[in-house]
Design a protein around this ligand. Structure first.
Ligand code: CP
Length: 313
């Protein structure tokens, strides 16, 4: 299914049918990724520019791989070696690269709303790869897709997102997406990092992890975002781990078939103890693997031919 929109900026306004369409495409692309030559010509002739104004490992690499697996031409922009260092504005950067006939921009920016602003100033498609504390839609899509893959359903599942919700674009996109898919979203964290206002998004809020952890089907830990001031809102990482960490002791009280997730990067020994690493419940690398197929599906939905089959090369 082709998304009838130019951009993917948020999961707030996307429909359940659009999400299911992306998941169906991602399933086809997962099959492609298992082939000896994991490549299709679906975006041959298209050009995608990855505009990353903030550091990234997973999102940047998986978008680049997704573009290459779809046979698109890929342009990687690095802010630190660009004319931004000479005073060029972000908008001028976009317009200049756009003038080279780019079909889509994948944008990560530290300012919430930057991809929305840039999308209004280009005819190319814009995909939000994380904007400040606002949203990270493709991360949430790959998270929800991974849950569906493992649990075979979404409706009625109890999700528990733990940690620095205040600064988390991943939490916001997941809240929008998960509620749309019929999941129950519970949030837990220190009051300084979990304002009551989140209840208005349809979530339940808890400050005592031990009260809510045993009921969760899906446990998603988040890191405290030092770069956005999160550390100044907790007494110490040691104290945080004691109260909100998934410790070896707490693992005894979680459901037998619960999944443990994390969008990365993980601060091991803080939000997750190393004991989680080798558990079957730990699906963190499944999330990363699914990121390529989900990003292929999003790119194909926005700038792909629509009706053509996903052919072999
Ligand atoms: N999950 C995520 O966005 O990771 P990166 O910052 O490494 O892209």
């Amino acid at each position: 299914m082709k998304i009838k929109r130019k951009d993917l900026l948020s999961l707030r306004d996307i429909t359940r049918e659009e999400i299911e369409g992306i998941f169906n495409l991602a399933l086809s692309f997962k099959e492609v990724l298992k082939r000896p030559i994991p490549k299709v010509p679906a975006l041959r002739g298209k050009t995608v520019c990855n505009l990353f104004f903030e550091p990234s490992t997973r999102t940047r690499s998986s978008f680049e791989l997704a573009e290459k697996r779809l046979s698109a031409d890929t342009l990687n922009f690095s802010a630190s070696t660009s004319a931004l260092t000479k005073g060029e504005t972000t908008l001028d950067t976009l317009k200049n690269i756009g003038a080279m006939r780019v079909d889509a921009f994948v944008i990560r920016h530290s300012f919430a709303g930057a991809p929305h602003f840039l999308a209004k100033n280009t005819s190319a498609s814009v995909i939000n790869a994380g904007d400040g504390t606002d949203e990270h839609p493709t991360q949430a899509l790959l998270d929800i897709f991974t849950i569906k893959e493992k649990k075979k359903k979404l409706r009625g599942l109890k999700v528990l997102i733990i940690g620095d919700i205040l600064h988390s674009r991943v939490a916001r996109s997941n809240i929008y997406g998960m509620i749309k898919m019929g999941m129950e979203v519970n949030l837990c964290g220190p009051p300084t990092l979990l304002p009551k206002e989140f209840e208005s998004l349809g979530c339940r809020i808890f400050y005592n992890l031990d009260e809510v952890l045993p009921r969760a089907d899906i446990i998603m830990a988040l890191r405290v975002q030092k770069e956005r001031g999160g550390k100044s809102l907790i007494p110490s990482f040691r104290e945080y781990r004691k109260i909100y960490g998934i410790t070896a002791d707490r693992l005894k009280y979680i459901k037998e078939n619960a999944l443990i997730m994390h969008p990365g990067p993980v601060n091991w020994g803080v939000e997750l103890d190393y004991d989680v690493l080798d558990l079957d419940k730990n699906v963190i690398l499944d999330q990363v693997e699914n990121g390529v197929a989900i990003r292929m599906a999003v790119l194909y939905s926005l700038i792909g031919p629509g009706k053509e089959k996903i052919e072999e090369t």
